[in-house]
Design a protein around this ligand. Structure first.
Ligand code: FAD
Length: 475
């Protein structure tokens, strides 16, 4: 493995001439480095882009140097947090990747219940450190997902109905702007930027660290999946709808339609069988959770019920192996209203028709604290939706069922047409109609985001994302 220095950048026909990359303490990885292919790979194996340079930063000064260098050399910029965005926005062709994956520090202040988190951290890093104090904040449901991209788009997770979205727990961020300046944004400092960063994604600068509010959680919670045969999906979904309608905020649920994954907790006889799974996590006392979940667990005789006391940290990583790095993924997504019977029929009629046993549909139950934050208070779109659904085609490298399952995601998405209520920006794929970014926010929030973008990034330097175009840019 070779380690490039600033001076090396000038050598070789593929590299820009040496600019002011002085003082860069991280690694500069180029096409001739042995780990270039690993460094350019993102979670979605279907993404194959070749940046000219990967600037693996170890601190804010490196980020400043990378932004300035890219601007001086007129290079495309992609920002990489955890590298999980399904559209592959963390990596670009030919330009520079500002790679934060070496910046994974987390510092918890239990006295004031807050955590300072570097922007390359994964949710597993945050849960690990915060749970050491019996604390947590709302994060994603797969522990190898990046904090940065997830938080900047909103942040759905098991705890959101009780503690709000990830952005509802954001206290402050440190940002490097398109001009290479360092800013701190919070309710008091650059409040317009702080507003936009809570939902507007990576459009406004490179965030180098986040400060989150924490809450007492667990460390043991009542959690786990309940599995029913796919043929029971219609009936179970009706029970589920009535059950979650009045459920307390402590209960987070995610429904998964697909096959039973080959996890060690699931008997082999059930592996790959088409099932409806209701994942549950109760962020309150075990006793209250047991009482609350009893009717759901008793309905339609489940194939398997794994609900029980579980360490929150362990539960947060229970799904990790079902969505590994390097497989191929294609998503279509939408918010949905409450599950009327006709909507249930559409979902149950299509959701199990994928060809790949790895493909699935996931449906997060929202409402609760998510819906009690006023529209427009943050840059998050639809806070009144009941569910966020993502239809995920998944196939392994070398398998030729990708096209069939991509068609399956589109068919279900089309069938949901009359029910769709916008989309969660972080679930948008790479081939969406550009109008879907506006759809993710709604007109009022989108126009306000355009205003903030025009102030902080008028040249659209940060456009390798779900892009919000500044005012004076031609479309
Ligand atoms: C397996 C899996 C599970 C998921 N589960 C959930 C879930 O439970 N809840 C949920 O809400 N979402 C979930 N998501 C979606 C997730 O929110 C997005 O994929 C998100 O983009 C991941 O963030 P990342 O940092 O890993 O992404 P990256 O691909 O690294 O970044 C995505 C984009 O975010 C922006 N960005 C990243 N870092 C920075 C930064 N430091 N400063 C400025 N901009 C930045 C950039 O525009 C970048 O292109 C999941 C995704 C996957 C793949």
């Amino acid at each position: 493995m070779t380690t490039s220095t600033a001076a090396d950048l000038g050598r070789g026909s593929n590299n820009p001439t040496v600019g002011e990359f002085g003082g860069f303490r991280g690694r500069l990885i180029r096409g001739d480095d042995a780990d270039y292919d690993t460094a350019r790979a993102v979670w979605n194996g279907a993404i194959d882009r070749r940046p000219r340079l990967i600037a693996r930063c170890v601190g804010t000064a490196d980020v400043v140097a990378a932004v300035r260098f890219a601007r001086e050399h007129d290079l495309e910029i992609a920002i990489r947090g955890g590298g999980h965005n399904v559209a592959g926005t963390a990596v670009c062709d030919d330009g520079i990747v500002i790679d934060l994956s070496a910046m994974r520090g987390v510092r918890v202040d239990p006295a004031v219940r807050s955590a300072w988190v570097q922007a390359g951290a994964l949710w597993g890093d945050v849960d690990h450190e915060t749970q050491a104090h019996g604390l947590a904040t709302t994060g994603g449901i797969v522990s190898h997902t990046g904090v940065a991209g997830l938080a900047l788009g909103g942040g759905l997770g098991w705890l959101m109905r009780k503690h709000g979205l990830t952005i509802d727990n954001l206290l402050a961020v440190d940002v490097v702007t398109a001009q290479g300046e360092r800013l701190r944004a919070s309710e008091r400092e650059h409040p317009d930027l702080f507003w936009a960063l809570r939902g507007g994604g990576g459009n406004f600068g490179v965030v180098t660290s986040f400060e989150f509010r924490l809450h007492p959680v667990g460390p043991t919670v009542l959690a786990g999946p309940i599995l029913w045969d796919a043929s029971d999906a219609r009936e179970v979904l009706r029970v589920y709808r009535d059950f979650v309608r009045d459920a307390p905020d402590e209960l987070g649920t995610v429904v998964r339609f697909g096959t039973a994954p080959p996890l060690s907790s699931i008997p082999e006889s059930l592996h790959w069988r088409p099932v409806l799974i209701v994942g549950t996590c109760y962020a309150g006392s075990i006793e209250n959770g047991e009482k609350l979940l009893r009717p759901l667990r008793a309905s339609r005789t489940p194939l398997l019920d794994l609900v029980g006391p579980s360490p929150y940290v362990g539960f947060q990583s229970a799904l990790d192996s079902t969505v590994p790095h390097g497989w191929n993924y294609y998503w279509k997504s939408t918010y949905l209203p409450e599950l009327r019977n006709d909507l249930i029929d559409v979902i149950a009629g299509h959701a199990f028709l994928s060809s790949s046993p790895h493909s699935y549909v996931a449906m997060f139950h929202l409402k609760g604290a998510v819906s009690r934050v006023a529209a427009g208070e943050t840059a998050f779109g639809n806070r009144q939706a009941s569910h966020a659904m993502t239809i995920d085609a998944v196939w392994r490298p070398g398998e030729d069922i990708g096209e069939r399952d991509i068609a399956w995601t589109r068919e279900l998405f089309t069938a949901l047409g009359p029910y769709r209520e916008g989309v969660y920006v972080n679930f948008l794929g790479g081939d969406e109609d550009p109008g879907r970014v506006r759809e993710a926010y709604g007109d009022a929030i989108y126009e306000r985001l355009v205003g903030v973008k025009s102030t902080y990034d008028p040249d659209n330097v940060f456009h390798h994302n779900q892009n919000i175009r500044p005012r004076r840019m031609p479309s």
